[in-house]
Design a protein. Structure first.
Length: 291
């Protein structure tokens, strides 16, 4: 193993996502990531970490059907050693072409997964995974020596930003209108991590019904997917604005879409939305609509 140097874990994840989305562009599999960590800076062999995580991503995209979404999440977990930071890396796909028995066999026979396990053994990590009715999930657990925390390197600005976001999120409820299960899960995970209460529906008609049913002022914000079957987000928003209730007229509705062209933003405003955020969801941009 090469010399372990102080490395930014989030940078490794961001670079990996960009690289793999380019490599698999023809397959139209959209790889998105969430990173929830306090200690970004750890000592590791960056090349080996990139190779290991890349092999897992390659395997999962390989068993994922075309035109699907793959969600990559990195979370920091409790550590029993004050000098080390523990992490859980998970990768999920809701549209795979294998069964659970196939994965269990692949752990000992697939070249990529065997290599991953060998690399994990070098620093006491582990790999688990399963295929179930919701798709496929693999988890990798590992720990790295972290940067010594001092007043000069704790990224105080980042901590202040996170604290501010959580203060705004506290006590607020967001309705996510999203027909894709994995995209809904992604939005829910990002938002609940910072303290929002999140509810979700998977169609425009359900969104209209639940907003009518809830008490006045129940929702603080609605994140509205644009491309949905039967009723798109623009039509849904127009019908919501037509409900004769003062609180609904003031309700903040924000478009949530992978389309970020000027025309898309214009259509969002014309339908009665307050703004537009692009996928994958950036919680800092969502918070801006609640200040």
């Amino acid at each position: 193993m090469k010399e372990q140097k102080l490395t930014n874990l989030k940078f490794i994840i961001d670079q990996l996502v960009e690289k793999k989305n380019g490599e698999y562009a023809d397959k139209k599999v959209n790889l998105v990531s969430n990173v929830f960590v306090l200690n970004n800076m750890v000592f590791l062999d960056a090349d080996e970490a990139d190779k290991m995580l890349g092999l897992i991503v390659d395997y999962v995209i390989g068993i994922t059907n075309a035109e699907s979404t793959v969600l990559l999440t990195l979370k920091q977990s409790a550590s029993t050693n004050a000098d080390f930071a523990s992490y859980e890396f998970s990768i999920r796909s809701n549209d795979v072409c294998i069964e659970d028995a196939d994965f269990k066999q692949a752990v000992t026979s697939d070249e990529k997964l065997v290599s991953v396990k060998e690399m994990l053994n070098k620093f006491g990590g582990s790999l688990t995974g399963e295929v179930n009715v919701k798709g496929f999930i693999a988890q990798v657990n590992f720990a790295f020596k972290r940067e010594e925390q001092t007043e000069n390197n704790m990224s105080s600005l980042e901590l202040q930003i996170q604290k501010g976001i959580k203060e705004i999120a506290s006590g607020k409820t967001i309705l996510v209108v999203e027909d894709n299960e994995l995209n809904e899960e992604l939005a829910r995970e990002v938002l609940t991590e910072v303290g929002f209460h999140v509810e979700a529906v998977n169609s425009g008609s359900d969104a209209i019904d639940i907003i009518k049913e809830k008490a006045e002022g129940y929702y603080d914000l609605v994140l509205m997917d644009i491309v949905m079957p039967e009723m798109d987000g623009y039509t849904t928003t127009t019908l919501i604005r037509g409900i004769d209730r003062p609180d609904i007229q003031k309700l903040t509705i924000v478009a949530l879409s992978s389309n970020a062209m000027d025309i898309d933003k214009q259509l969002a405003f014309e339908s009665g939305m307050n703004g537009h955020v692009a996928k994958p969801l950036d919680v800092k941009k969502v918070v801006e609509y609640l200040k």
